[in-house]
Design a protein around this ligand. Structure first.
Ligand SMILES: NC(=O)c1ccc[n+]([C@@H]2O[C@H](COP(=O)([O-])OP(=O)(O)OC[C@H]3O[C@@H](n4cnc5c(N)ncnc54)[C@H](O)[C@@H]3O)[C@@H](O)[C@H]2O)c1
Length: 327
């Protein structure tokens, strides 16, 4: 398959590019380098610098490269930034996403996999969260992804788009040569690693949640498990495949197990073999106590399961990548 990966120079994108190329697919990366890692290893792919928001340029690229399917990882994805700058999030993630979908129509490309997020659920009434739980995002980032999903769903109904949306919970870990380094970094495991390696102490945001140890519980999924889900979801968009077409297929991707911030830090100190300096902070607005995925649908519809998503493997691979001095 010839696959265009938007945002392919970012964290999730670069690991997926490596995985798809290793599985024998031809990969073209389209990245604006807005938040990319400059040192991403994209050796197995052709790389085009540009934005997915440019309908005419993307349609031309899809035609020139004879693309069969698009994996849309490109996005703005910082919750705090989205609250301060909603215009950026709706312009890029929603208006830009529509430009991408229209470019696909223009070029006759019907197969799409979207990087979505658990943020579409907002504060769930209960967990584990199934896909048919109400979508009530509480920030512009989550709202922008809900809007993109809704657009893709109606494109599926009206124009025959074959689309799968993957709602990631907390992505962690590293692939063989690509890993996670965001600026600013808002994720727990890379910040724990930075603190262990002599960086600023880690801030634990709130310890009075209604959870056994008072810190929030989250569901972590290995980025390589995600990459495999991308491969399976792209296959599920094949013409005639009953799993896609007619409507968007939305699947949660998590491990199905929750760990508290405190549990992650205890395991990180064990795996890394160093203390993680910590300070206590206030709760962050909009952080629900517990977010855990119901992953039944991804298992049933995609034949996917989390094979590498133990805390030990996620923290260990992230630490190995960091220690190897990768950029
Ligand atoms: N990392 C997580 O825990 C997580 C969780 C849920 C969902 N997601 C989603 O997964 C996707 C990837 O996340 P990530 O953590 O790898 O983020 P990232 O910031 O590392 O990667 C995003 C990539 O998209 C590129 N990009 C942004 N705007 C673009 C544009 N207009 N045109 C082309 N490229 C553009 C950036 O330069 C970057 O390389 C995003 O859609 C995000 O919303 C991530």
């Amino acid at each position: 398959m010839r696959i265009l990966v938007t945002g392919g120079a970012g964290y999730v994108g670069s690991v997926s590019v490596e995985h798809l190329a290793a599985a024998g697919h031809d990969v073209v990366v389209l990245d604006s380098y807005a938040t990319a890692r400059p040192g991403a290893n994209l050796a197995g792919a052709a790389v085009v610098e540009g934005t997915y928001t440019d309908r005419a340029a993307v349609a031309a690229l899809l035609r020139e490269q004879r693309i069969d399917a698009v994996l849309h990882c490109g996005a703005r994805s910082l919750v705090g930034e989205s609250i301060r700058e909603p215009a950026l999030y709706f312009r890029e993630n929603v208006a830009g996403g529509i430009a991408l979908l229209e470019a696909m129509r223009d070029a006759g490309v019907e197969r799409l996999v979207i990087s979505s997020t658990a943020a579409v659920y907002g504060v769930p009434a209960s967990t584990p969260i199934p896909e048919d739980a109400p979508l009530r995002p509480i920030n512009p980032y989550g709202e922008s992804k809900r809007s993109l999903e809704a657009t893709a769903d109606w494109f599926a109904v009206a124009y025959g788009l074959r689309a799968v949306s993957l709602r990631y919970f907390n992505v962690a870990g590293a692939g063989p040569t690509n890993g996670e380094r965001h600026e600013p970094e808002t994720h727990l495991i890379p910040n724990a690693i930075r603190a262990a390696a002599g960086g600023p102490p880690l801030t634990v945001f709130g310890s009075d949640y209604p959870t056994p140890d008072g810190t929030p519980i989250r569901d972590y999924v290995h980025v390589l498990d995600l990459a495999e889900a991308h491969r399976l979801a792209l296959e599920a968009t094949a013409p005639g495949d009953a799993r896609s077409g007619g409507h968007l297929l939305a699947c949660n991707l998590g491990s199905g197990v929750g760990y508290s911030v405190r549990q992650v830090l205890v395991e990180a100190e064990r795996v890394i073999g160093r203390p993680i300096p910590q300070t206590a902070g206030q709760r962050r607005a909009g952080d629900p106590p517990t977010l855990v995925a119901d992953i039944t649908r991804a298992r049933d519809a995609l034949g996917w399961g989390p094979a590498r998503s133990s805390l030990e493997e996620m923290i260990g691979s992230a630490w190995a990548w960091w220690s190897a001095g990768r950029e």
